[in-house]
Design a protein around this ligand. Structure first.
Ligand code: ADP
Ligand code: MG
Length: 342
């Protein structure tokens, strides 16, 4: 057998295997692109659990006409240019893989307009054909990405999709997580033309707590302690549920590192330890926490979906989190509304 280079589409489909597991993964990549574009308003229109259509519109910076074909090309990005940039990356994206991957397993249309352009321009790709010659479009400044018929050309992947309702559940869950990472952005989520979530940008702490209440329930806000703790260059802030407000599942735990939602064993362990003495066995705390640290101290390029990160000083981060939470829980005196475990 001789060695040969794989065709681009196949390379993209292989990459899609890593980042595009289900409709919610497409939504994650697209909304993160809206964040990176500086959008303050994001509309997410979903049809049939996202299997039929995912349409996301933002009012961000847009893409200049000549760059549109590049946006759908592999390893092309506006977000980093060097290894140094990669090591200090603060944008959500940087791999330049999402749009080409998605467009290799679905029918994707990209329409975008920068603030100073006379009109918007559109390009598209669908796994077999690419229309990279931009066509004019009457879209307002910002970007719309329209993804239809996910996995239509990869039946093996399509088979793994669950019922429409389940897939939409994943999307709704994801939007809630993303909405808690960016209070300054408004979100409108619709499913089959029905409004599911409408969150206005939240500037004040009151508005932020309203958004948290809309997502975690108002009883969480009433039963949470505000935390704001900084030491050795690390800063932890957010809302920590009282031990009395625990749950039987780990389904209301939101942890963000530099604005990025992550799942991390070290973090989970530190939190668990801090709550150890105050929670009954088998109960799980509720929290919305934000850790800010020097981007150079955290490697977000550990996994294609970027859900996992690597801390350069893992031990220090662990001890800091434990200290911060332990202190916060210990300082808590009865006085705020008592509640029963839910
Ligand atoms: P990455 O986000 O890693 O750069 P993507 O494939 O997600 O890669 O996007 C490719 C490029 O397309 C981005 O670098 C960005 O320049 C542009 N882009 C994608 N979505 C948007 C958007 N909503 N608004 C403005 N530019 C976008
Ligand atoms: Mg991206």
């Amino acid at each position: 057998m001789r060695i040969h280079a794989l065709p681009t589409q196949l390379v993209n489909q292989i990459a899609a295997g890593e980042v595009v597991e289900r409709p919610a993964s497409v939504v994650k990549e697209l909304v993160e692109n809206c964040f990176d574009a500086g959008a303050t308003q994001i509309h997410i229109d979903i049809e049939q659990g996202g299997i039929k259509q995912i349409k996301i519109r933002d009012n961000g910076c847009g893409i200049v006409k000549d760059d549109l074909p590049l946006a759908l090309s592999r390893h092309a990005t506006s977000k980093i240019a060097s290894l140094d940039d990669l090591e200090h990356v603060i944008s959500m994206g940087f791999r330049g893989e999402a749009l080409p991957s998605i467009s290799s397993v679905a029918r994707l249309t990209l329409i975008s307009r920068t603030a100073d352009a006379d009109c918007a321009w559109q390009v598209s790709a669908d796994g077999t054909e690419q229309n990279f010659d931009p066509q004019p479009d009457p879209h307002p400044p910002g970007t719309t990405v329209d993804v239809r018929d996910l996995f239509y050309n990869t039946p093996a992947r399509r088979k793994f999709l669950k019922a429409e309702k389940t897939e939409f559940g994943h999307i709704e869950n994801l939007i809630q997580k993303l909405a808690l990472s960016r209070f300054d952005v408004g979100f409108l989520l619709q499913h089959n033309q029905r409004e599911v979530l409408n969150l206005k940008p939240a500037a004040t702490e009151q508005d932020q707590e309203k958004r948290i209440a809309a997502i975690c329930g108002s009883s969480f806000v009433d039963n949470a302690i505000k935390i704001d703790y900084a030491a050795s260059g690390l800063h932890l802030h957010g809302w920590v549920g009282l031990p009395t407000f625990s749950r039987s599942q780990q389904d209301m735990q939101f942890f963000y590192v530099n604005g990025r939602l992550i799942k991390d064993r070290l973090v989970a362990h530190a939190v668990k330890q801090a709550y150890q003495d105050v929670l009954y066995h088998g109960r799980h705390p509720v929290f919305v926490l934000y850790l800010e640290l020097d981007p150079a101290l955290v490697d977000v390029n550990a996994h294609p979906t970027k859900l996992e990160v690597r801390f350069r000083e893992g031990r220090m981060v662990h001890d800091f989190l434990f200290q911060a939470l332990h202190r916060c829980l210990a300082e808590q005196r009865p006085g705020r509304q008592a509640a029963h475990a839910i």
